[in-house]
Write a protein that binds this ligand. Sequence first.
Ligand code: SF4
Length: 73
Amino acid sequence: MGIKGFQGTSLLDFPGRIASLVFWGGCNLTCPFCHNPPLVLEPESYPDLDPAGLLADLADRKSFIDGVVVSGG
Ligand code: SF4
């Protein structure tokens, strides 16, 4: 399963901290309240992101982000 989404900066997803978000396709929990059901249920509908490009984006942000949130869906 590939990496399907990236958000460079979030002030909400890591309480009290600035974070980048990485979204993997699929999730084996399928919560009924899922925030991103298309990515959980139909991950093949989205292209995979280039991991090297994503790591380069994270490296560019390392001076101002406190962490990386990894999520399914
Ligand atoms: S991505 Fe999160 S909310 Fe959605 S099904 Fe998986 S664990 Fe639940």
